[in-house]
Design a protein around this ligand. Structure first.
Ligand code: FAD
Length: 386
């Protein structure tokens, strides 16, 4: 391959996956990250089968599985009664792999370490991206002042509040508040815990083992945007303290300083395209979704694998390759974003006691195989051949 050069904006899970996918196809890659230290915020993550197949295609499946814990999952009510439970063995049979709980920091490090050290430039805030007929240009501000790079391909993987998206689609309204706020932490919790989410009216508590006695938990509540409590953990204990075991014990084992609180934002208005000329959007920059299906990072990893595949021929025909990327990625990721939003409305956000009772009864009556088929609609994805 000639010296095809790609600039990736943002070193989150999406940007690093894209960099790795392109690097493995022979591209010279530069990743520009505005943070001084590359890092990943948000405790833990569930990787569904599609995400793991994507990581397999990037050569990282074994490392990621070694550092995580299988998390088949299920749904309970706040008293702890199972409403629906996934059979782990059946999941592996249908989807080829189990879902996995991983620490975000570990996944991020694994992705970073798979790339040559020279690829990543930190304290590099991208200010402007422009796509020309033959080359694209990226202007960024480094610690030592402004710089300009030229590239055959630019990947906007700069997250929820993507500047690259705003430049490509200046009239797009950007992310909106989904009506829920979340608290998250990864803690030491040696007691074995089944991966599960538990629902009460307008509330959800999730727990995901990460292996080695570590546990990722989160709580989500309907709430106005921008809220803060003087003591977030105390507020959470007040809400979830009466829920089923081991939720009170998990909260008791959590130190106040490790709890993160974030409002949930998403792209309510889908983008008309994930590509313009030589610039592609990827991950949350393209399709930030609510977390209710545990698919945001999974979709970013799928994007990266497909981007690598369509760009396998190098700098030749990048705009056509990106049109193919858009065609393969937009319908699926936007359908999953819609489904995630619906899952949130009928799951965590549902408040009306009659509606909650009806939903819980329907879930209890749904056979496990049907529940797994529902999950497989999103998780059953394989990387393109070749
Ligand atoms: C509560 C919650 C729970 C979730 N749980 C799951 C889950 O279980 N499973 C799952 O698959 N997904 C989950 N997600 C979604 C997942 O976290 C995101 O979809 C994923 O991390 C997005 O990765 P990204 O690389 O696209 O964006 P980001 O992680 O946002 O990375 C963007 C990067 O770009 C950098 N950047 C931004 N602007 C610039 C600029 N101008 N110049 C240079 N750098 C820039 C940022 O500093 C950042 O490093 C969850 C999300 C939330 C909110």
């Amino acid at each position: 391959m000639d010296d095809a050069h790609a600039v990736v904006v943002g070193a989150g899970i999406g940007g690093l996956s894209a960099a790795l996918a392109l690097h493995r196809r022979g591209w010279r890659v530069t990743v520009l990250e505005r943070a001084a230290e590359p890092r990943e915020i948000g405790a833990g993550l569930t990787l569904m089968a599609n995400a793991l197949h994507g990581l397999d295609a990037l050569g990282l499946g074994p490392a990621v599985r070694r550092d995580g814990a299988e998390a088949p999952g299920g749904i309970r009510d706040r008293q702890g009664r199972w409403l629906s439970r996934v059979d782990g063995a059946e999941m592996i049979r249908q989807l080829g792999t189990a879902a996995l709980g991983v620490h975000r920091t570990t996944l991020h490090r694994t992705l970073r370490e798979a790339l040559p050290g020279s690829v990543l430039r930190t304290s590099a805030e991208v200010e402007h991206v422009e796509s020309g007929p033959d080359r694209a240009e990226v202007r960024y501000r480094g610690a030592d002042g402004p710089h300009t790079l030229t590239a055959d391909l630019v990947v906007g993987a700069d997250g929820l509040r993507s500047r690259v998206r705003a430049q490509l689609f200046p009239r797009h309204p950007g992310p909106v508040y989904a009506g829920s706020t979340t608290w998250r932490a990864a803690i030491a919790f040696p007691e074995p815990v089944p991966a599960a989410i538990s629902w009460g009216p307008g509330a959800e508590f999730g727990m995901v083992p990460l292996g080695d006695g570590q546990l990722y938990w989160y709580g989500a509540l309907n709430a106005p945007a921008g809220g803060h409590a003087p003591d977030e953990l105390a507020a959470l204990r007040k809400h979830f303290g009466g829920w089923h075991a081991p939720i009170p014990a998990i909260l008791a084992a959590t130190a106040p300083g490790v709890v993160l609180r974030h409002d949930i934002h998403y792209l309510a208005e889908p983008l008309p395209s994930y590509a313009r000329g030589r610039v592609a959007l990827l991950g949350d920059a393209a399709h930030a979704m609510t977390p209710n299906l545990g698919q945001g990072a999974g979709q970013a990893i799928e994007d990266a694998v497909v981007l690598g595949a369509v760009c396998a021929d190098g700098a030749e025909g990048v705009p056509a390759a990106l049109a193919a990327y858009d065609g393969q990625r937009r319908p699926r990721s936007q359908a999953i974003a819609r489904a995630a939003h619906t899952a949130g409305r009928y799951g965590q956000q549902l408040r009306n006691p009659f509606a909650v009772a009806a939903r819980n009864t329907a879930l209890r009556l749904t056979p496990g195989r049907a529940a797994l088929r529902g999950m497989a609609r999103y998780a059953d994805w394989r990387p393109p051949a070749g």
